[in-house]
Design a protein around this ligand. Structure first.
Ligand code: SAM
Ligand code: SF4
Length: 451
């Protein structure tokens, strides 16, 4: 396995010279995690994180191309740094993430202010790339790694109470709307032994909760055939971790075995399940290539609640997918009444380059998409407030993550993934406490510790 020392070797330790580095991150948790890994590598090269671009001699834009005009966003952000470059000739600007993987050398050719482009699979090469860029070389690293299994260490300099752990990368599902298979490549799983060691090391360094990350965690398969349910069981039993979360699940791969393991290890595996449905209509789901019907999805949800009555669900929805009729959209609306989603992430369909649906000829007009989205969000807002009410008066176990000195309050997450605020001191960080809830909003709960 690649170790931290192997990864950093190509760059002289002090190349960063104590200079500031600013990373601006767009998109999903996968990108947050990649930024964390980049920052760890850069700190090892003697860069120091700064909170604003004008304090930096190195700026990295970690881009996302899942929706709307991503290259445009990179253009405009780089444009904002033009003046800084004139003031500080040492300043280097790099673009990482999905736009880097998608556009490769074209990005550098189109936007000359960019000094380097580093794709999602090349993060381990960042020290070398930055070293070369600082020597005046224009560097583009955006090829996919095809090694199987895939090796990467959870690199976090100062792991927090809660930390991400990558278990798979890429995706093979080719949903017709989605660019991920083109920007993150084919799916690869990390070896089981590496994951167990990784989590054990994090526990030794004070981490209490890990979130296992993958585009479709349910299709994890180790080199020896361990599936995702078995991985959860092993991590629960063999690592000493207090809490395990995971994201994202694909409904077609959410098995009864997984539901059973969640029940068996309910003390460790949190009951919050993000189960993206995308649409409530089976014909739309079929054109999306999702691999399940509305009825199969609802069957999955019923199985979850039968075994895990305390489960909390959230979902992703796309409105205005090509060809979506008013009646098909109405099916999505009725799903909101059939499935109690406490949180919902809904998006207007956005045609993505390289994807099949972008070539469908029956695109829905933007104003129809926006009308549907506003209607859906409005209805769900009421549902989510209604669902939140059940927390008032209940006592929830909260793992404390942060302290706010100004308000004298701490915040942590309940097992249901709600942010819970209550009065407390910094020494509570990392502790799990019972908190009685007296006020409830869809994402945030207020309460007081009972112990
Ligand atoms: N792998 C996850 C899954 O299968 O649901 C999600 C990956 S994606 C980063 C997160 C969400 O973005 C998707 O669930 C989908 O709702 C949304 N999304 C992806 N492509 C989109 C597109 N072209 N237009 C609008 N929303 C999109
Ligand atoms: Fe995209 Fe579908 Fe893969 Fe999720 S499962 S990353 S939506 S292709």
């Amino acid at each position: 396995m690649q170790t931290l020392t192997d990864i950093v070797r190509p760059a002289p330790e002090s190349i960063g010279e104590g200079d500031g580095v600013f990373i601006s991150t767009y998109g999903c948790q996968m990108n947050d995690n990649d930024s964390e890994r980049m920052m760890t590598l850069l700190e090892m090269m003697n860069f120091r994180p700064v909170t604003s671009p004008d304090q930096a001699s190195l700026i990295i834009i970690n881009s996302c191309s899942i929706r709307e005009k991503p290259v445009h966003k990179v253009w405009s952000e780089v444009g904002r740094y033009r003046k800084l470059k004139a003031l500080n000739p040492k300043l280097k600007i790099g673009v990482a993430g999905c736009v880097a993987s998608q556009e490769k050398g074209k990005l550098k050719a189109d936007i000359p202010l960019i000094d380097f482009v580093i794709g999602t699979d090349a993060i381990d090469q960042l020290p070398e790339v930055v070293t070369r860029a600082r020597q005046g070389e224009a560097v583009v690293r955006a090829r996919f790694e095809h090694q199987q299994p895939y090796h990467v260490e959870t690199m976090v300099r100062n792991p927090g109470v809660s930390t991400f752990v990558n278990i798979t990368k890429g995706c093979d599902n080719f949903c017709t709307f989605c660019i991920v298979p083109f920007t993150r490549g084919r799916e690869r799983s990390r070896p089981l032994g590496h994951l167990i060691d990784d989590v054990k090391r994090l526990v030794d360094r004070g981490t209490r909760e890990v979130t296992l990350l993958g585009q479709n965690v349910n299709s994890y398969e180790s080199e020896c055939g361990t599936n995702f349910a078995q991985l959860l069981a092993r991590l629960s039993r063999d690592t000493g971790i207090e809490r395990i979360r995971y994201t994202t699940s694909h409904p077609k791969d959410f098995t009864d075995e997984l539901i059973d393991v969640m029940g068996e290890h309910g003390d460790k595996v949190m009951e919050y399940i993000h189960l993206p449905v995308q649409s409530g209509n089976s014909d739309v789901l079929s054109r999306m290539n999702r691999g399940y019907t509305r009825a199969e999805y609802i069957d999955r949800v019923e199985r979850i609640f039968a075994r895990l009555p305390q489960a909390v669900l959230s979902t992703d929805l796309i409105v205005g997918f090509p060809g979506e009729t008013d009646a098909q959209f109405a099916d999505t609306m009725s799903l909101l009444r059939d499935v109690p989603y406490e949180t919902l992430f809904a998006f207007n369909y956005s045609p993505r380059p390289m994807t099949k649906a972008a070539r469908f000829t029956d695109q829905v007009p933007d104003e129809v998409k926006s009308e549907r989205l506003n209607h859906l969000l409005g209805v769900h807002r009421e549902i989510s407030f209604e669902l939140a009410r059940k927390y008032v008066g209940r006592t929830l176990n909260v793992l404390v993550e942060r302290h706010d000195a100004e308000t004298g309050r701490v915040v942590g997450r309940s097992t249901q993934n709600k942010s819970v605020y209550f009065t407390g001191t910094a020494n509570l960080i990392g502790k799990t406490l019972p908190v009685k809830i007296h006020e409830a909003f869809p994402l945030v709960l207020n309460g007081e510790a009972t112990a």
